[in-house]
Design a protein around this ligand. Structure first.
Ligand code: SAH
Length: 259
């Protein structure tokens, strides 16, 4: 069967370096789950290394031409190919509440949305690994005080330990992307439920970073906080100065303020 023709609008850059594919597939520990979901398998360069491992691999792919290719070339995948858009698919049609890990050489145009979607399913996802545009992978793993530290860093690291693993150059893809790529791994923390309202935590983090150059006193005005609370010294800070723990403490204070 002919190889799949790369489609730009689907973010298709096929990895052609087998050793990089093997290295990415090896980032999963296999601990705490029996099933793995690969997002965007394309022609299966990563999939074939996943299929050698002791867990069960499922793939979700939006491109029907890739799905046909996978069906024709990977008999072991039969019944495990989900021909859907990951961002719209109800993952529990496949996993029925069971834990699973996520992996992929992700389509870069939707990679941050993939992380947000995975965070919604954090109770079922003990491990998440994959390749992103390098800057995005770095941003997810970044600590407070840097320019790249933002919503994605705080929300991911609230629930997961994030590790930037390695950088992948442009020329190992067909067609080569314009940017370098970075591989990261997220491992869910042992006690990952937050000691505050998680819904409010998401709101506080997102609202604060929407105006990242302002102090929290200004950026969080829309949350209608009491004057008393707004005098607290934490509101003199800008969002990039707050660690994950500080955002949790801030959320607790706002909660106690009774919003
Ligand atoms: N993993 C392959 C392909 C990477 S390119 C490799 O390393 O070679 C990204 C892949 O994600 C493409 O196959 C593309 O069709 C797929 N994709 C893009 N948007 C998607 C979505 N919303 N849901 C599932 N797959 C998607």
């Amino acid at each position: 069967m002919d190889p799949v023709r790369a489609k730009k609008h689907l973010g298709q850059h096929f990895l052609k370096d087998e050793s990089v594919a093997a290295d990415i597939a090896a980032t999963l520990s296999g601990k705490g789950y029996d099933n793995v979901l690969e997002i965007g398998p394309g022609m299966g360069v990563l999939t074939k290394y996943l299929l050698e491992q002791p867990f069960t691999t499922y793939v979700i792919e939006i491109d029907t031409e890739s799905v046909e290719y996978l069906n024709a070339n990977y008999p072991k995948l039969h019944g495990k190919i989900i021909s859907e858009d990951f961002l719209k698919y109800n993952i529990n049609k496949t996993f029925d509440g069971k834990p699973f890990a996520i992996i992929g050489n992700f389509p870069y145009n939707i990679s941050t949305q993939i992380v947000f979607r995975a965070l919604e399913f954090r109770d079922q996802i003990p491990e998440f690994a994959g390749m992103f545009q390098k800057e995005v992978a770095e941003r997810i793993c970044e600590k407070k005080g840097s320019k790249a530290y933002g919503i994605l860093s705080v929300l991911a690291q609230a629930f997961y330990d994030a590790e930037y693993l390695f950088t992948v150059p442009e020329h190992v893809f067909n067609p080569p992307p314009k940017v370098k790529s970075g591989v990261l791994r997220l491992r869910r923390k042992e006690n990952y439920s937050l000691p505050c309202s998680e819904k409010l935590f998401f709101t506080v983090v997102k609202t604060a970073f929407q105006q990242r150059r302002k102090t929290l006193r200004n950026s969080l005005k829309t949350l209608n906080l009491s004057d008393n609370l707004r005098e607290d010294a934490i509101f003199d800070l800008r969002p990039e100065q707050l660690s994950v723990e500080a955002f949790i403490a801030l959320t607790q204070k706002i909660e106690a303020d009774g919003i």
